[in-house]
Design a protein around this ligand. Sequence first.
Ligand code: NAD
Length: 421
Amino acid sequence: MSQSSGLLLDVLSRMDEAATRLKLDWEIYKTLKSPRTSLTATFPIRMDDGSVEIFTGYRVLYNYARGPSKGGIRFHPDVRIGEVTALAALMMLKCAVAGVPFGGAKGGVTCDPTKMSMNELERLTRRYTYMILPLLGPEKDIPAPDVNTNEQTMAWMMDTYSMLAGYTVPGVVTGKPFELGGSRGRSYATGRGVAYVTSELLQRLNMSLKGATVAVQGFGKVGSNTARFLHQEGCKIVGVTDLSGGIYNENGIDIPSLIKHTNNEKYISGFDGGEFVADYKKANEKLIRSNVDILVPAALENQITEENASEINAKVIVEGANGPITNSADIILSKKGKTVVPDIVANAGGVIVSYFEWVQDVQAYLWTEDQVNQRLKEVITEAFLKVWNIAEKHGTDMRHAAYMEAVRKIVEVTRLRGIFP
Ligand code: NAD
């Protein structure tokens, strides 16, 4: 993917459509069409066998008109500047829809973490943090975990930043271990939020969560926790895929046991609780076609395209991942009468609790798990309802409504601040 990745073009064209529909001042709006700051860094890492490898990492601060920029760090072989820019723009939009006072950012390193040792990953994380250091800070830019990064990655980033600052700065990252100032409930917040949003949606469609059938693509931080909370609400999870393949059981997969299995084995393969398909591409095809009420893509972007959109049987699609449905697939789904809850609403639980974590760090006052979960429910439900009502009022789908709400808010803040100098 280059600077103009498919996802970036999709996001920009949806933003243009929202600005046109709302008749926003184009001179102000056009400041949102490119990122404020993009940093590309190439750096060497000493590998365990003594060799030196060169890696490329990125950090894109798409926009910080509404507050410090915020967004995850991804370690993946496909990380490219265009994709990172698109994901940073989505973060800007997501924070605006959720009403969280942050801008949007994203970062990543092109690497295959599955082939690296813990020591190599630690050196990579610390050197990457050093390379992007001028951008970081609790009032400037605040990273969080994303694909293939976790609490440990955030602990290393926080420590590297703090060592160079000369004092401990917990608020420079979110999604860190609780012992270092992390928030209760952050590790599963995105999945919990997806479940809250799904529950609100089903109420409005006169569908019941109890007994509803669900297929989940991706069984990492977002997919596994979404499955966990929907399972707790009485849904029947009948299909799950990850990079090792897919598991299907029409009587419902035992999700707590599958989570126990993946905590030990990392992947779903080897789990003895349903029919297993070992090729993950075939497993995804079967999952996407499955006859379920709810489909939750929670792996990566561009999974539902014009090639497979017409084969979707699910009644509703709730986007756990960022950008899993392309624009052309969206059009097909809309013609088929499918309801889609877009990423910038559905998976906002992560950034909402990241905001809570940052507030707790800045105040050095920790909340209880119940307080975190209750406030998450309030904030994400309010965002969902606002977008649902805009969609009804304008006779459009939830994605267009969410983009309208986000773009309107960011343009208004930009107008009030004015153009510097
Ligand atoms: P993760 O690394 O924890 O998990 C990714 C999962 O997807 C793994 O189970 C992996 O095996 C699987 N996977 C990868 N490629 C796949 C494919 N082609 N088919 C099927 N499964 C595949 O990552 P995560 O944090 O759960 O993030 C998943 C998605 O959710 C990403 O789009 C991310 O940007 C988005 N997201 C994450 C958060 C968060 O808080 N972590 C918040 C909002 C959005």
